[in-house]
Design a protein around this ligand. Structure first.
Ligand SMILES: Cc1ncc(COP(=O)(O)O)c(C=O)c1O
Length: 341
């Protein structure tokens, strides 16, 4: 059996989720008729205490709609250099919003209120106008690092004072919330828009949700259509999302436990130079210079273990719903074998 640690996006819906999807009453989402989409949007906005929600096919779409809602062409977005909206959405900030970025460089992708203050462009016609701050929690390319809620409160206060919008790419927000035992409503209070993914740790096959106030989400409805995200009987997918929100949040702790166990085993390996602190379900490690990440990924593959070469001689492993304790033991056995040294 293949142990797929490339991402938490690889999960397949289990029997119960599939049964829930198949029985879903559906309608035309674009016409506002799909009962499951409506129920999912109402549930998500209720969970966060936000006014409205928008079901979209992907987290890339929810993020890019948010950037477009909050900016005009020529404006500037403050975000981490590691952030998905900048690194991994096909240049969408430039393409969809014709906006520029001011990047904050930190090792984990988590930044501070002072970093934001230092990144705001001066009021000068030579400069782009800063309009949006975007945070990512947890930070995918920061090894699943999570934010401190107090620091987010500071940044939110700065955004209010400077009249900047504040967006959260919460593709893995529930991992952060479960890790820190936080209250979901606290996030709803801090951000103008939040994107959450149903198809990562929560295990649904498709879908993300953009949360915000009624006006912002009404603009989002138009942009979703413009970007080609106006799905019709999307209720089958929304049903999977509802199932995921109801059943798969608390269990994320299990994935975190598995990730910590793998990281502990990696710590003892001489062929590893550095492991980013493991806080949630993502393990990123750097190999010693003599080794090559793509070769190590190939060796793991021979043991039916899939991991991702993410560049700079680094490898990423992600634990998720389809990874069992037995699989974790098998991974540990493989990485402890002497073939790597
Ligand atoms: C942090 C983060 N944001 C957004 C996305 C985009 O989600 P999607 O793959 O649904 O477009 C991802 C995908 O991996 C992600 O890791």
């Amino acid at each position: 059996m293949v142990i797929d640690l490339r991402s938490d996006t690889v999960t397949r819906p289990g029997k119960e989720m599939l049964e829930y999807m198949i029985q879903a009453p559906v309608g035309d989402m674009v016409l506002g008729d799909d009962p499951m989409v409506n129920e999912l949007e109402a549930k998500a906005s209720g969970m966060f205490g936000m006014e409205a929600a928008l079901f979209c096919p992907s987290g890339t779409m929810t993020n890019q709609i948010a950037v477009k809602i909050h900016t005009d062409p020529g404006d500037d977005v403050i975000c981490s250099k590691l952030s998905h909206i900048y690194q991994n959405e096909g240049g969408g900030i430039a393409f969809h919003s014709a906006a520029s970025v001011t990047l904050i460089e930190t090792e984990s992708g988590v930044f501070t209120g002072d970093d934001v203050l230092a990144s705001i462009q001066p009021d000068d016609p030579h400069k782009p106008r800063t309009r949006l701050v975007s945070a990512e929690n947890s930070v995918n390319m920061g090894g699943g690092a999570v934010w401190n809620l107090e620091e987010l409160r500071k940044i939110a206060a700065i955004c209010r004072e400077k009249k900047l919008a504040f967006h959260l790419d919460g593709a893995r927000l529930f991992n952060a919330i479960v890790k820190n035992h936080e209250n979901i409503h606290d996030y709803g209070e801090l951000f103008d828009t939040i994107s959450i993914c149903l198809s990562k740790g929560l295990g649904a096959p498709v879908g993300s949700i953009l949360l915000g106030n009624r006006d912002l989400i009404a603009r989002g409805v138009r942009l979703r259509k413009l970007m080609g995200g106006g799905m019709r009987q999307a209720g089958f997918m929304a049903a999977a999302g509802l199932f995921a929100l109801e059943n798969n949040i608390e269990r994320l702790e299990e994935d975190h436990k598995h990730a910590r166990k793998i990281a502990e085993a990696l710590k003892g390996c001489k062929w590893i130079d550095h492991i980013a602190p493991v806080q949630t379900n993502i393990i990123i490690f750097k190999l010693i210079p003599a080794l090559n990440a793509s070769e190590i990924v190939k060796i793991l593959k021979d043991d039916d273990i899939l991991a991702l070469d993410i560049g700079n001689n680094r490898i990423r492993m992600v634990t998720h719903l389809d990874i069992t304790s037995d699989m974790v033991d098998k991974v540990i056995k493989s990485i402890k074998s002497t073939r790597f040294s």
